[in-house]
Design a protein around this ligand. Structure first.
Ligand code: NDP
Length: 434
């Protein structure tokens, strides 16, 4: 803590991982040698930079940009770019740290990184967003590259923003390398990439339910968020027969006891992806109930899928979900549950998957986009989806292998942390002290 003052999210993420690792390292002391753990919690490189740009009124705006290059041990740095006013060093360091383990779990050769800026895209015109993206890349470009660091989207960065950043990158480098993933289909994007995080989260939850002899069919599901991850989690859960009764955003929660339909989801996508509106606009259009400033966790469900942001589900929310009989919680967002909430789920015997396991489908499919770009090919939708499912099943199996407790129960927290750690740590030990 004294090395990282004022970085609560980063310390939270490191604490959670280390709590899983201590007993494992006690049994495998080679991982305590060569300063391995001290090196693992220190990002290899952090770049912070000024982003200045001119808004539509001719005013100069100044934001702060970042790229955290956490670990290259198993491949080029890889992780998304976030544009949100809450972005700071602590948030991005936690995300880059988590990303390193998550990417290892996918089994693809990707290191860990994360970046972003404290830019708020809300209320900005398309022209302002484009100029901001261009200004951001005018510095970022010298730090990234197809074999160095390959960013993607995250909160506030979707297909539109990745397109603008890819365009500027090409102009500055005069190369068409795969330097961003999540690109549009006409310039190197992969089918299923937009769907991948949400689909993957549901595939993972489905594997968890199977261990209890259950499926999604007929279950009540709550989803938080209404962005990229949430939308496709809703779609996949619905297609498996679940009744999805909530979505949310930072303004409140929509509760719809009748459940989502494909038609309602199309309205949500129109409101969020084209009109850049609020879930209250969606609720008004489909005639659902909107609760301002509320989160979805008081609604009784069998499965909860937090897909918005970090620390959006605390110990009180967990207690409410448990009291209402929740069976499974799979995180689409990164670290949406506080440490106390995660512990409460495990203690109550709820199937609980941390984001680094259950939301790894997004970066896994980004890895598949890199492969397709490298071989100058694009794979059919079915092939990418089948590989995504296979990767999620593989991560689930790794969690079972490393997370099994003496009493036969499974901690997905320990499983994900240890499985990811072993791969990164072995690679670091083999490559010497660098
Ligand atoms: P989007 O920007 O598409 O959507 C984010 C959603 O979360 C919006 O509904 C947003 O509401 C809500 N949200 C954001 N911040 C807050 C907040 N402080 N309080 C309440 N709600 C909030 O982002 P994504 O769907 O891409 O990302 C969601 C989560 O999933 C993040 O944790 C991200 O790191 C994680 N993730 C994303 C991946 C991807 O492939 N996109 C891959 C793996 C993880 P509002 O519109 O009001 O801001």
């Amino acid at each position: 803590a004294s090395r990282n003052p004022g970085q609560p999210e980063f310390l939270q993420a490191v604490t959670e991982v280390m709590e899983s690792l201590w007993p494992f390292i006690a049994e495998h002391p080679k991982y305590a040698e060569h300063g391995l753990l001290d090196r693992l919690v220190e990002p290899e490189r952090i770049v912070m930079f000024r982003v200045s740009w001119v808004d539509d009124r001719g005013q100069v705006q100044v934001n702060r940009g970042y790229r955290i290059q956490h670990s290259m041990a198993i491949g080029p740095y890889k992780g998304g770019i976030r544009f949100h006013p809450s972005v700071n060093l602590s948030v991005l360091k936690f995300l880059a740290f988590e990303q390193t383990f998550k990417n290892a779990l996918t089994t693809l050769p990707m290191g860990g990184g994360k970046g972003g800026a404290d830019f708020d895209p809300k209320g900005r015109t398309p022209g302002e967003v484009m100029r901001f993206c261009q200004a951001f890349v005018s510095e970022l470009f010298r730090h990234i590259g197809a074999d160095t660091d390959v960013p993607a989207g995250d909160i506030g960065v979707g297909g539109r923003e990745v397109g603008f950043m890819t365009g500027m990158m090409k102009k500055l480098s005069n190369r068409a390398d795969c330097v961003f993933t999540g690109k549009g289909l006409s310039f190197g994007g992969s089918l299923i990439r937009p769907e991948a995080t949400g689909y993957g989260t549901v595939y993972f939850a489905d594997e968890m339910l199977k261990t209890r002899g259950r499926t999604f069919d007929g279950l009540r599901v709550s989803v938080s968020g209404s962005g990229n991850v949430a939308q496709y989690a809703v779609e996949k859960a619905m297609s498996l027969g679940a009744r999805v009764v909530t979505v949310s955003d930072s303004s409140g929660t929509v509760i719809d006891e009748e459940g989502f339909t494909p038609e309602k989801l199309a309205v949500l996508m129109d409101v969020k992806n084209h009109l850049y509106g609020r879930v209250s606009d969606y609720a008004a259009r489909v005639g659902a109930r909107f609760e301002a400033d509320k989160r979805p966790w008081h609604v009784p469900v069998d499965v909860a899928l937090p897909c918005a942001t970090q620390n959006e589900l605390d110990a009180d929310d967990a207690a409410t979900l448990i009291r209402n009989g929740v069976v499974c919680v799979a995180e689409g967002a990164n670290m949406p549950s506080t440490i106390e909430a995660a512990k409460a789920f495990e203690a109550a015997g709820v199937l609980y998957a941390p984001g680094k396991a259950s939301n790894a489908g997004g970066v896994a499919t980004s890895g598949l986009e890199m492969s397709q770009n490298a071989e100058r090919m694009s794979w059919p939708r079915e092939e990418v989806d089948a590989r995504l499912l296979q990767i999620m099943q593989g991560i689930h199996a790794a969690c079972l292998q490393y997370g099994k407790r003496a009493d036969g129960s499974v901690s997905y927290i320990d499983g994900a942390n240890i499985a990811g750690f072993v791969k990164v740590a072995d690679a670091m030990l083999a490559q010497g002290v660098i």
